[in-house]
Structures are given as structure tokens and as C-alpha cells.
Design a protein around this ligand. Sequence first.
Ligand SMILES: Cc1cc2nc3c(=O)[nH]c(=O)nc-3n(C[C@H](O)[C@H](O)[C@H](O)COP(=O)(O)OP(=O)(O)OC[C@H]3O[C@@H](n4cnc5c(N)ncnc54)[C@H](O)[C@@H]3O)c2cc1C
Ligand SMILES: NC(=O)c1ccc[n+]([C@@H]2O[C@H](COP(=O)([O-])OP(=O)(O)OC[C@H]3O[C@@H](n4cnc5c(N)ncnc54)[C@H](O)[C@@H]3O)[C@@H](O)[C@H]2O)c1
Length: 466
Amino acid sequence: MADYDFDLFVIGGGSAGVRCARISAGHGAKVGIAEERFWGGTCVNVGCVPKKIMVQAAEYGGWADDAPAFGWDIEKRGHDWNVLRQARDGEVARLSGIYRRLLEGAGVTVFEARATFIDAHTLDVGGQRVTAANIVIAVGGKPVRPDIPGVDCGMISDDLFTLEKRPERIVVVGGGYIGVEFACLLHALGSEVTLVYRQKLPLRGFDLELREGLAEALTAQGILLHPGEDLESLGSAGEDGRVVTLKSGQILETEAVMLALGRVPHTEGLGLEKAGIEVDRKGAVLVDEDQATSQKHVFAIGDVTDRVNLTPMATNLGHALADTLFGNKPRHASYENVPKAVFSSPPIGSVGMTEDEADARGKPAEVFVNRFTPMRHAITKRDGRRSVMKVIVDCETRVILGMHMLGEDAPEMMQGFAVAVVNGLTKEQLDRTIGIHPTAAEEFVTLRSPARRVGDPQAAEEDEAA
Ligand SMILES: Cc1cc2nc3c(=O)[nH]c(=O)nc-3n(C[C@H](O)[C@H](O)[C@H](O)COP(=O)(O)OP(=O)(O)OC[C@H]3O[C@@H](n4cnc5c(N)ncnc54)[C@H](O)[C@@H]3O)c2cc1C
Ligand SMILES: NC(=O)c1ccc[n+]([C@@H]2O[C@H](COP(=O)([O-])OP(=O)(O)OC[C@H]3O[C@@H](n4cnc5c(N)ncnc54)[C@H](O)[C@@H]3O)[C@@H](O)[C@H]2O)c1
């Protein structure tokens, strides 16, 4: 290793890269890292953190509306976007600074520059030649901008964090995580929101019953839904207006457009071909189970591999790789049963198989479901606040295959239940647990009769015969 400048060089100072660099240095490796834009990457600067602060701001609007039902003499007079911007941007700057200081404190050499490959062991880092025995690609992803006329009339999620004024009317295109979260938070802050998406329901990949419940909740709170629609073109109208043309021919006039159409790996121009590193059609770096690329000393972690594109997955991958390479503790981060949350209103928390996935196994599973109005909203009578809880159980082993919730506090609740599900919790163990009363969470430990059975080959044959 003495022939190289570094034992490890990390490209990208986001969730995956910072963790890998910091832990590797802690294990004694000589580490360098390059970041071209912002320490902490997407999550800290234009992702989870500023988004969650905006979600929290939005929640106060609903609580202010609810308060009179509990006797509070409160009048909601409006929301000051600039106060929120300053609070959010201040917290983001604070966290980003912490990320940089953590690296320096661990003894990592930091470069505020773009890094690209010259060959499989050599990088150009802001004009400087740097060599490394091992290289980690942790460059993340970037928002998709579709190839349609007038695409520049639309904002991407990064732009929402620099807006000086909240748009009064906005069309959000895309029914994935970002589209749904921003539609909800902008609506709650006072914007008139239209959500356009391709499928019949938003959030493909989540449990169908939760998706149905969420679509009902979105409509109940006044978000205008356009399901089954695709984008044809964007254009301007007058000084500040925007026109969205859908493939069905429908035209929507609005003040602003947000495109939330997915993210692609940030590998363009990285020089991967010079290092002999293979990518897939979307530009995602191909890796084996050790996160090694087609060059065994070059690794890729986080969103750049386009597998589970979530921050805790990225940090886990970074930590596991550092432990494996320099900590004498070889291990893999598991892609199985990764808990997920959508910070919609109400939010979603989910771990394990959906009902459709359990059904498709062809092995019998029981599905327990509960729908209820949380106690708070029995008083407030606020629309669109019904909760849905679901537990899916393998009939033979009694192991819980999936747990899902749409409802207030679902992400907080699901983190705890996920610990148990990941460790093989059975339905009987869940039932043995005494509830905490009065909470919504206790509904998970009091589900007694299954709503239905799925995945039963015999039942499917009987259905067909009938
Ligand atoms: C709006 C939004 C909300 C999100 N909300 C959540 C959430 O609530 N929960 C959750 O778990 N996940 C969320 N995510 C996803 C999460 O942000 C990502 O999964 C996570 O940031 C991936 O980490 P990463 O290290 O792989 O990539 P990134 O965080 O994107 O970091 C990559 C870094 O590499 C830098 N870089 C790129 N190319 C180079 C180069 N050639 N040289 C030097 N530096 C380079 C980039 O500037 C960037 O800082 C959200 C994402 C978005 C966009
Ligand atoms: N709460 C969280 O954990 C969270 C929040 C935000 C983002 N994220 C991560 O970031 C990723 C990116 O988020 P995202 O919402 O951009 O992507 P996504 O993949 O979740 O959703 C993109 C949506 O856009 C649709 N789409 C694509 N092209 C379209 C077109 N031309 N017209 C209409 N619809 C089109 C897709 O069908 C899909 O439903 C997520 O997949 C997730 O991994 C996580």
C-alpha cells in the first residue's frame, strides 16, 4: 500500500461516503475524501433533513386548525415562509458543518473538489493527481429531468429548497416518495396542490390497502389527484404562469410545477470507463455482494448502486465496508426487511412484505387489518385522518412477514416494530406483548381475527372452480 497516496479514497461526501471515510480512518487507514458540492450530501442538504423540517412546519397548520376542538382560543393567521426558510437553512448549515468536522476530527484528508477517474488507481481531484490502493464511489444520484418540451419550466426537488416564496398554486408530477411528501407539505402550508401520477394509486411498491387509504386521505384534505396521467410538455403562460400538458390532452394552468420523477445515479462524466468499471443501463455502478465493482479494489455504495436508495442503507453500507476493509470485521449490510417511511399526511411506516408479495409466494399467510379513527380526531373531526394497520403472518411458521401502517406517528412506531420483525418476531410473541394504553400503537398487539388468508394455492383453485 506504501506506493499509493492513500489506503482509501472516497468520492462523494454524502451519507455513504462520509461514514465509510470516517470509520476507515478510525480503524487506522490513511483516507482521503472529495466532495464537490456540500458535506453531508443529498440527505443533509436537499433531502431528508430540510424536507422533514418542512413536514414538521406543515403539521403545525393542522394542529392549529384542530386546537379549538380542544378548547383553545386560537386563530391561524398564516404562515411566514421566510421564518421557516431561515430556521431550515440554519439547521442544514449546522449539520453540514458537523459532517466536515467529523471527517477532519477522524484524521481524513478532505478535498472540496470534483474527483474523476484517470485510471483504476488514479483520480483527478480538482486538478490534482491522487492515487489510492482502494477507491469508494459514493456519488449518489440526481433528479431525473425528462426529455420533454419546456422541461426547464419545471422545478426539481433541489429547487424547492431555494424558493423565496411559497407558490400559491403548484402541480406536482410523480406519485413516488418525493411527489407525495411535497404535495402534502405544500398543501398544509397553504398552497393549492394538484398531484399528477401514472398509476391508479400513488406510491407503487407499498401495500395496496395503504395506498388506497392514502389516496382517500389526500382527496379528503383537498389535494387534487390526477391518477393514470403522464406528462406531455411544460410551458409558460404570461409572466409567472405555467402550463402543464398531459398525454391525455388535459391542460393544467398553474403558478409552479415540481417534477418528482425519480433519481438517476450521478455517474456521468466520472471517467468510469477509464478505470474499467461497469454500469447498468441507468448508469448505476454494478457491484457484487461485497459492494465490489468489476475492479476488485474499487467499491460502490449508496444511491449510486440504485438498490435501496435510503440514507440508513447508505450509512450502513459505508460502515460495513470500512469494517471489512480496515477493521478486521468482515460483514455485509442487509438489504432484507429494510424499514421504510413516507412523510405524507398522514404518514406511512412499513417493514417487510406487502400483502401482494405474501400472496405471490404461493404459501398461505394470514392478513390482520385494523382501520380506525385516532382518538384525537374523534374530537377534532378532521377529514382524512383514518389509520390503517396491517400485519401479515406466515401460516406455517407464524413468523411476521410484514407490518404496515398509514396513520399519525406511523414512522416512529414502525422503527420499534421493525427491530422485532427483522429478528423473526412471531404473531404469538406480538400477541403476548401487553399494550401501552391509550395509544394507537397498542392496536398492533390486539389484532385477533385475520381479515383474510392469501397465498393459499388450494384456496386459489377453489376460487377458480367457483
Ligand atoms: C427530497 C429528498 C428527500 C429524501 N428523504 C429521505 C428520507 O426521509 N429518508 C431517507 O432515508 N432517505 C431520503 N432520501 C434519500 C437519501 O437522501 C439518499 O438515499 C441518501 O442521501 C444517499 O446517500 P449517498 O451517500 O449514496 O448519496 P448522496 O447523499 O447523494 O451523496 C453523494 C455526494 O457525492 C457528491 N459527488 C457527486 N459526484 C462527485 C464527484 N465526482 N466528486 C466529488 N463529489 C461528488 C455529491 O455532491 C453528494 O454530496 C431523500 C432524497 C431526496 C432527494
Ligand atoms: N421518506 C423517504 O424515505 C424518502 C423521501 C424522498 C425520497 N426518497 C428516496 O429518493 C428516491 C427518489 O424519490 P422520487 O419520488 O423522485 O422517486 P420514486 O422512484 O419514488 O418515484 C418517481 C415516480 O415518478 C413516476 N414517473 C417517472 N417518470 C414519469 C413521467 N414522465 N410522468 C409521470 N410520472 C413519472 C414513477 O412512476 C414513480 O412513481 C426514492 O425512490 C427514495 O428511495 C426517500
